[in-house]
Design a protein around this ligand. Structure first.
Ligand code: GGG
Length: 356
C-alpha cells in the first residue's frame, strides 16, 4: 500500500480549525478508495510562531518540507499580531516561490443547491478555471521606500514579468484549455495602461498561441474581465492572469459561486521537482475564528485537488461528489451559505457521503 507524507500547515485563524476537518475528509476518502494512506506531519507555523521566534517559519523550513509529497495549507494572517505583508511574504509567498509553484489553479464552479448572487444563474452555468501566475508579477516583492518622514517620501513596487515566467504559465493554461471540451482561453491584461510589463505579457501570449491553433483565444482588459466575471461568467472556460490580477479575479469567482468558503486552490509545480501546496482561497477570517462556523468545503475541495494531483483520482472524485451531495441537499450548511450548521457538522456530513 502506498503512503503519501503530507505536510500540514494550519496557519492562522480559521486555518487552525479547518485543517483537522480537511484531514478527516481526506482520511475517509483514502479508506473508501483504498490502495493508499496519508501520513501527516503538522507544522505550527504562522503568526503565533512569529510572536515566539520573530519569523513565520524556521530558516530551514523549505528544506524540511522538501521531502513531503504535498503541502496542505490552511490560511495565513492575523493582523493583531503581525502586519499582513510580513505574514504573507514570510510564509505563503515564501513557500510558493521557494518551491517554484508557478501555477495557481483556482476553479470557479457553481455547485448544485448553491445560490449565486447573480440573477438567473443556475448550477452548470458557471464552470471555469483561473490559472494565476504565482511566482512573480506584482507579488515579486521588488521595490522599497525612500526618504521616510520627509515630504519627498515615496514607495515603489516593481512588477516583474520574465519571458520564462510568463511563457510557462501561459503554456500551462493553453494545455488546460485544450484538455477541456470548450477549448477556450481568455487572458487578462491591462496593456493599454501598463506599457512595459503587460504589453510583454500580451506578446508572449500571442507567441504561445501559435502552438495551439485549436484553442479559441481572447484578450480582455482586466477591468472588463472583472465585469465579465459578474455579467457573463458562463462565457468563460479558462482564464490566465498575472499574480495580482488572478488574486483579485478569483475572489470575484468565489463571490459569484455563492461563497469564498467554497473556493479551492492548488499552488502547483507542474514539473514535480518540489511539493505542490493546496489551500482554500479564503484567508484566516479573524472575525469568525474560534466560533466553529467556518465553512470546511473549500479546505476539503483543496484536499480533493491534492489527491487528484497525487494521482489518487478516485479518492479526489469521492470528495468532490460528497461536496456536491451535501450542497444539493442543503440541510447541513454553514452560515455563509445561509445555514446554521457548524464546521464539524458539515465535515461530518461530507465524511458520511464519502463513506457512502
Ligand atoms: N488560504 C489562503 C490564505 O491564507 N490567503 C491569504 C491571502 O491573503 N492570500 C493572498 C494570496 O493568495 O496571494
Amino acid at each position: 500500500m502506498k503512503t503519501y507524507r503530507i505536510a500540514v500547515i494550519p496557519g492562522d485563524g480559521i486555518g487552525k480549525e479547518l485543517a483537522p476537518e480537511g484531514m478527516r475528509v481526506l482520511d475517509a476518502a483514502a479508506r473508501a478508495a483504498g490502495g493508499f494512506s496519508l501520513e501527516y506531519e503538522i507544522f505550527p507555523w504562522g503568526c503565533d510562531y512569529y510572536v515566539q521566534h520573530g519569523m513565520m517559519m524556521p530558516e530551514d523550513g523549505l528544506k524540511t518540507l522538501s521531502t513531503f509529497a504535498a503541502i496542505y495549507f490552511g490560511a495565513v494572517g492575523y493582523p493583531e499580531l503581525v502586519p499582513d505583508d510580513v505574514s504573507l511574504h514570510g510564509l505563503l509567498i515564501k513557500l510558493r516561490l521557494g518551491f517554484d509553484q508557478y501555477v495557481c489553479l483556482r476553479p470557479s464552479t457553481l455547485l448544485p443547491g448553491v445560490k449565486s448572487p447573480l440573477r438567473g444563474v443556475k448550477p452548470g452555468d458557471i464552470d471555469f478555471v483561473t490559472v494565476r501566475e504565482n511566482t512573480e508579477g506584482e507579488y515579486a516583492g521588488a521595490g522599497g521606500r525612500m526618504h521616510p518622514g520627509q515630504p519627498s517620501e515615496l514607495a515603489i513596487e516593481t512588477a516583474v514579468f520574465t519571458r520564462a515566467g510568463c511563457e510557462r504559465v501561459i503554456r500551462y493554461a493553453f494545455e488546460l484549455a485544450r484538455s477541456r471540451p470548450r477549448r477556450m482561453l481568455a487572458h487578462a491584461t491591462k496593456s493599454n495602461a501598463q506599457k512595459h510589463t503587460l504589453t510583454f505579457w500580451d506578446q508572449i501570449f500571442d507567441e504561445v498561441a501559435r502552438d495551439y491553433p485549436d484553442v479559441k483565444t481572447e484578450r480582455v482588459l482586466v477591468d472588463a474581465m472583472a465585469a465579465r466575471f459578474v455579467l457573463k461568467p458562463g462565457s468563460l472556460d479558462v482564464v490566465v492572469a498575472s499574480n495580482l490580477f488572478g488574486d483579485i479575479l478569483t475572489d470575484i469567482g468565489g463571490a459569484i459561486t455563492g461563497s469564498l468558503g467554497l473556493s479551492a486552490s492548488g499552488n502547483i509545480d507542474p514539473e514535480r521537482r518540489y511539493p505542490s501546496m493546496f489551500e482554500p482561497v479564503h484567508g484566516s477570517a479573524p472575525d469568525i475564528a474560534g466560533k466553529g462556523i467556518a465553512n470546511p468545503i473549500a479546505m476539503a475541495w483543496s484536499g480533493a485537488m491534492m489527491l487528484d494531483f497525487l494521482g489518487e483520482k478516485r479518492a479526489g472524485a469521492l470528495i468532490e461528489a460528497a461536496i456536491r451531495a451535501v450542497t444539493a441537499e442543503g440541510t447541513t450548511l454553514t452560515p455563509d451559505l445561509g445555514g446554521t450548521a457548524t464546521t464539524t457538522q458539515v465535515t461530518d456530513a461530507l465524511v458520511a457521503k464519502v463513506n457512502g
